[in-house]
Every structure is written in structure tokens, then in C-alpha cells.
Design a protein around this ligand. Structure first.
Ligand SMILES: Cc1cc2nc3c(=O)[nH]c(=O)nc-3n(C[C@H](O)[C@H](O)[C@H](O)COP(=O)(O)OP(=O)(O)OC[C@H]3O[C@@H](n4cnc5c(N)ncnc54)[C@H](O)[C@@H]3O)c2cc1C
Length: 430
């Protein structure tokens, strides 16, 4: 077992999405030792998988790269651990002992040059969860094109191990170790920030909205279908037959504000559909048609301007009404959506190439049971912060929010964590 963090004024950040990255970097730049524990093999959270993100509609690289540069500049104060999870916590504010499990990457990070020769010889495939199962990778893979760290990883369970070893033989830097096992690491920190973010609501629960049909996808899948590093290299093609998806419908509040699914509003789904509608229009400006079925559009603050701009596009039709029926035409794979138009007072039917279910965000804190952390959650699983506990919360762990709010919340959490560290330093100097 290794040990790090001799100084007890450190800050531990669990999760490295926009909230966690911001909290970690702000804490570091204020002069604290910081540790990020991230369970995926890369930093960046959900935003890393988007095509573009509002408000500026820039690609994820524009926000993430700045943060990664800040990490590199302060690397002696900030250490990050990927494929890592907190196993247990003990102690009290100002003096926490944390045990971190480091899962094996099977690739030595200091040796891997990301040349990719290993991929060419690997005989095994795995479903690519970064593309929500819409593509596969080899058992040894780079998590995505701008992954930080830019290092390969092997998914245990798909790799044949020693009986194959083709990647080991071909690796020019001897970076692959198929016998790597999990290890643990002990950290001493004064405060902890929980920024574990969200997962998409399980769309398989939405059979009434047709998720069982190949041409019905969720909003996060739509991000990947339009992303240049996605399964179709950014070309919006429908999953059943690869034809251009020019007629696209969105169903808002798919499983949200519904006591049978997620009773709350995820705050960003309207905006994400407005954004994704622009992706369709950009790809096929001549002959695309978008339908947005909604209950009410929520575009808070200055995003109202974005809503109004999208609304002016005459090829985007907004229909206020709950979707009553979704069917597939088995001959064509087209999707037929039926709703009651509450404004027009009649039934509306749209036949589309692709239907996107705008599903909500489920907080990962719902299932985060770290012994000794003492994190309380509300009825939906969002974390409730107790400022006296030395454990702070940032981003979607607290409540549904967009990236701008998550970074602000990360900065707020950093300030609270720094205050705890400061008190420890003060006590030590007396
Ligand atoms: C379809 C869709 C489109 C969106 N588009 C936009 C947009 O264009 N603009 C915008 O502002 N917002 C958008 N959002 C919202 C945006 O995704 C969130 O605001 C943002 O992801 C919040 O960041 P976060 O750091 O709180 O969480 P996340 O991005 O979820 O990051 C959490 C991190 O914690 C890690 N983690 C989870 N559990 C553990 C654990 N136990 N141990 C260690 N690490 C863990 C995760 O792997 C992840 O890296 C969109 C949301 C959806 C659903």
C-alpha cells in the first residue's frame, strides 16, 4: 500500500467533470495540495463526449484543454488518479484518512506513447460505452481522441490475457503489463469535495416512447452521433440503415417530471434539444425538418435569446403537447410520433427518420456509498451538504445544472475546502 499526502492541508476531489476539475484547479492555484480521484480512465466527465456545448456552442476541447493546461502547470501540487475509486474515509474535518482503490490500466502510463500499434494486433472487441454502445473498440483502446491522460487502457474481461499477448509483443516501449493488479493508496486530506456528476436516465424504461426501436435514441446518443469523433464521424445517420437523418423529432421531458420515472426537471434538457436541433439544421440546411414536442420550454437567464433564435427557424416546429404514441413503420424503419397539439387543439402526427428522447440526469450520488464519508442525499439522490462535515458538494451531485453553473459551484466548493485547509494550517502554526 502506497501513501501520499504527508501534509494534512490537502483537498480530495472525487470526480473530474467540469465541477470537479474547477474545484481541484481553484484549490490548487490557491496553494493547496490536491488529489483528484476519477473512476473512468480519463478526466473531463460527461462534457468530453458532447459534440458542442452551450452557451457558446464550442466543442468540449475548448473548455477542457484550458483546464488540462492549468493542471499541467501546477502538476506538483495536483495529482490525479484515473480508474480510481474511494474505498473508505475516516477521521474528521481537517484530518481525513482516505483509502483509494487504483484499478489496473494494464498499460504503464509513463511508458505508453499512444502509438496505437497494440490496437492493430488486438483480436478482441468491446462495446464502446463512450459512444453509449453505438460502436466498439478493441479490448485495448484509447478512451477517446482527446483523452487526458492520452494513454491506452485494457478492459479486463474482454482481454484474453497471457494466452494472447499480441499487444505485449508489439509494444515498442514495453508499456503493457497484463499481470497488473489493483492496489490501494492512502491519502491524508483536510477536506473532501464530492463532484461525481450524473448518468443519463435509463431510456430502456421508456418503451412507450419507442426506445426499443433502432431509430429512437436518447439525447446523449445524439451528442455522439453528431460528434466528429463519434461512431459516424459526426455524420447524422440513422442507426437502422445508415441513411441521412433529415427529419428528426425530439420528445421533451422523456421520463422527467413524471412520478413513474424522474419526478424532477433536469434543467438542461430543453436547451440540449434546442442545441441538437441546430446540429440537424447545420448538417442538412436545405431539406431537414425538426419537430420539438414539449410541455413547456425552460430556457433560463440569457438562454432565452438562444431559444428565440432557434424558434425563428421555420424548419423547426415546436408542438406543445404530450406525446401519446410512438410507432415504427417496419417497412421503412421510420418513426411515427403522435401527440395532442394543445395550442392547435388537434392531434398531430409526424413521420421522422430519427426520434430523440430528451432524458434527464440521475445523480451518481444516489448510489455512492463510501463508508465513513457520511454523505446525505435527498429523495432523488442529490447530495445535501453539511458545511460542518468538511465534505462539500459541487455540480450535478448537488442538483441538475449546466456547465457554467457547475464550474461556479466548483469554485464555491473550492473556497469552502480552502477555508478548512486554512484553519488546519493556522492551528499547526500556533
Ligand atoms: C444531453 C445533454 C446535453 C447537455 N449539453 C450541455 C451543454 O451544451 N451545455 C451545458 O452547459 N450543459 C450541458 N449539459 C449538462 C452538463 O452535462 C452538466 O452540467 C455537466 O456534465 C456537469 O458536470 P459535473 O462535473 O457535475 O458532472 P459530470 O460531467 O458527470 O462529471 C462527473 C465525473 O465524476 C466521475 N465519477 C462518478 N462517480 C465517481 C466515483 N464514484 N468515483 C470517482 N469518480 C466518479 C465521472 O466519471 C465523471 O468524470 C447537458 C446534459 C445532457 C444530458
Amino acid at each position: 500500500m502506497a501513501e501520499a499526502g504527508a501534509r494534512e492541508s490537502g483537498v480530495l476531489v472525487i470526480g473530474s467533470g467540469m465541477a470537479g476539475l474547477t474545484a481541484a484547479i481553484e484549490s490548487m492555484e490557491a496553494g493547496n495540495d490536491v488529489y483528484i480521484v476519477e473512476k473512468e480512465p480519463y478526466l473531463g466527465g460527461r462534457v468530453a463526449g458532447f459534440n458542442k456545448y452551450f452557451p457558446k456552442l464550442c466543442p468540449p476541447s475548448c473548455g477542457l484543454e484550458i483546464n488540462f493546461r492549468r493542471i499541467k502547470n501546477g502538476h506538483r501540487r495536483l495529482k490525479f488518479f484515473t480508474l480510481a475509486e474511494v474505498e473508505k474515509v475516516s477521521g474528521s474535518p481537517g484530518a481525513f484518512d482516505v483509502t483509494v482503490r487504483l484499478n489496473p490500466r494494464f498499460v504503464l502510463q509513463d511508458r505508453c506513447t499512444a502509438c496505437g500499434l497494440c490496437v492493430d494486433v488486438c483480436p478482441e472487441e468491446r462495446p464502446n460505452q463512450f459512444d453509449y454502445g453505438m460502436s466498439t473498440t478493441k479490448a485495448i483502446y484509447l478512451p477517446h481522441q482527446m483523452a487526458m491522460p492520452m494513454k491506452y487502457v485494457i478492459e479486463e474481461g474482454y482481454c484474453q490475457g497471457d494466452s494472447c499477448s499480441k499487444c505485449v509483443q508489439v509494444c515498442p516501449t514495453d508499456a503493457i503489463d497484463l499481470r497488473m493488479t489493483a492496489t490501494t493508496l492512502d491519502l491524508k486530506v483536510s477536506s473532501i469535495i464530492v463532484a461525481t456528476g450524473w448518468k443519463p436516465y435509463d431510456a430502456t424504461q421508456l418503451e412507450l416512447l419507442g426506445f426499443q426501436y433502432p431509430n429512437v435514441i436518447s439525447n446523449v446518443m445524439m451528442e455522439r452521433l453528431t460528434a466528429p469523433n463519434g461512431p459516424t464521424k459526426g455524420k447524422l445517420l440513422r442507426p437502422s440503415d445508415g441513411k441521412p437523418a433529415k427529419r428528426v423529432a425530439f420528445v421533451q421531458c422523456a421520463g422527467s417530471r413524471d412520478v413513474n420515472h424522474l419526478p424532477y426537471c433536469s434543467a438542461i434538457c430543453c436547451l440540449s434539444s434546442l442545441k441538437e436541433a441546430t446540429f440537424v439544421r447545420e448538417q442538412y440546411p436545405e431539406d431537414s425538418r425538426v419537430y420539438i414536442f414539449y410541455i413547456d420550454i425552460r430556457a433560463p437567464g440569457n438562454m432565452e435569446t438562444f431559444y428565440r433564435k432557434v424558434e425563428q427557424d421555420e424548419n423547426i416546429r415546436f408542438i406543445k403537447g404530450k406525446v401519446a404514441k410512438v410507432e415504427e413503420d417496419p417497412a421503412t424503419g421510420n418513426i411515427i410520433v403522435e401527440a395532442d397539439d394543445m395550442v392547435g387543439g388537434r392531434k398531430v402526427q409526424a413521420t421522422v427518420d430519427l426520434l430523440v428522447l430528451s432524458t434527464g440526469m440521475v445523480p451518481n450520488t444516489k448510489d455512492l456509498n463510501i463508508p465513513g464519508l457520511g454523505l446525505q442525499v435527498d429523495e432523488f439522490g442529490f447530495a445535501e451538504e453539511d458545511r460542518s462535515s468538511g465534505v462539500y458538494v459541487a455540480g450535478v451531485s448537488r442538483r441538475p445544472m449546466d456547465v457554467t453553473s457547475s464550474t461556479r459551484d466548483g469554485t464555491g466548493a473550492a473556497l469552502k475546502a480552502i477555508q478548512t485547509s486554512f484553519k488546519v494550517k493556522e492551528r499547526a502554526s500556533l
